[in-house]
Design a protein around this ligand. Structure first.
Ligand code: A3D
Length: 320
């Protein structure tokens, strides 16, 4: 069987980390694409030289030519600019929308059968725009955010309860922004809902509220520390989990930004919800029952995403 081909659009901090992780896991041969000349080629060469030590056979190449992504099975998009301290994700909209237009055209021409994972911010608007520009079916274009946001929530909860992160199953819904919705009623530690652990006196509502707040601001906390860019290790590993679910037809239930039509009261919008990821891409959105607070919070998040789509349409008249 021929090796799979993984195209990484954007060879910056996340792109380079993605290439390393994909090679270590031997997901397939890897093509790193970037508009900056030399960067994808240099990173590809450097990463290839990890092979003899880490004992992977993945072929890694760098390019500035979209023709080289031809036939890719998976495309992960990080092209664009990241946040700097003081910026919101939404401040990136104007620049990154233009980038999505070029990337969408490249995918449409060279690998229209790929499974596409968008990471570029502001995530929910950029994944929508990328789908529009590429013309791929909605189930084949998804956004990475929920896996990362849930991992951040899980990390903080494991610290709070002093338990292994492996036993925390955290649940975050909504857009990837300050309005995201960590849902404590569906968040468990080995099946025990966090709300029950609070009732048992193992934490307090105030402390859990603080953790929810910290999760919402989790990206900004890292931006403020790094000063020169945003998080990249955990975003990359989150997208790799999604790519593996698709390539291995794993039917994993992952929170991803997917096109939701008819569930959660939504009529065609990209937003973060639990979805089954398998060989058909985003195979089935799972609609959970939300309490009033979570439902209201989700509506705030959905409204924030909708506002961004209006802004996208104002910038680029070709978007319907
Ligand atoms: P960075 O290290 O700057 O890499 C971005 C790369 O994109 C650079 O190498 C650029 O040269 C390249 N690029 C710019 N324009 C184009 C273009 N038209 N075509 C191809 N390549 C281009 O950023 P990063 O890797 O740290 O972050 C990438 C994106 O991911 C940013 O938009 C971040 O905001 C976003 N991000 C999202 C999350 C989510 O959870 C959704 C988390 C962290 C970062």
């Amino acid at each position: 069987m021929a090796r799979k081909k993984i195209a990484l659009i954007g060879a910056g901090m996340i792109g380079g980390t993605l290439a390393h992780l994909a090679a270590q896991r031997e997901l397939g041969d890897i093509v790193l694409f970037d508009i900056a000349e030399g960067i994808p080629q240099g990173k590809a060469l450097d990463l290839s030289q990890c092979g003899p030590i880490e004992r992977f056979d993945a072929k890694i190449t760098g390019t500035n030519d979209y023709a080289d992504i031809a036939g890719a099975d998976v495309v992960i998009v990080t092209a664009g600019v990241p946040r700097k301290p003081g910026m919101s994700r939404d401040d990136l909209l104007g620049i990154n929308l233009k980038v999505m237009k070029a990337v969408g055209a490249g995918i449409k021409e060279h690998c229209p059968d790929a499974f596409v994972i968008c990471i570029t911010n502001p995530l929910d608007a950029m994944v929508w725009a990328l789908r529009e520009f590429s013309g791929l079916p909605h189930n084949k274009v998804v956004g990475m955010a929920g896996v990362l946001d849930s991992a951040r929530f899980a990390t903080f909860l494991a610290q709070e309860f002093n338990v292994s992160v492996r036993d925390v199953n955290a649940f975050v819904l909504g857009g990837h922004g300050d309005t995201m919705v960590p849902v404590t009623s569906y968040t468990t530690i080995s099946g025990i809902p966090v709300d029950d652990l609070v009732k048992m006196g193992r934490s307090t509502k105030e402390r859990i509220d603080e953790i929810v707040k910290r999760t919402r601001g989790g990206g900004g906390e890292i931006v403020a520390l790094l000063k020169t860019g945003s998080a990249y290790y955990a975003p990359a590993t989150s997208a790799i989990a999604m790519a593996e679910a698709y390539l291995g037809d794993q039917k994993r239930v992952l929170p991803c930004a997917v096109y939701v039509e008819g569930k959660y009261g939504l009529d065609g919008l990209y937003v973060g919800v639990p979805v089954v990821i398998g060989a058909d891409g985003a195979e089935e959105v799972i609609e959970i029952t939300l309490d009033d607070e979570a439902r209201q919070n989700l509506q705030v998040s959905v409204d924030a995403v909708k506002e961004l789509l209006v802004a996208c349409r104002q910038i680029d008249g070709s978007l319907s």
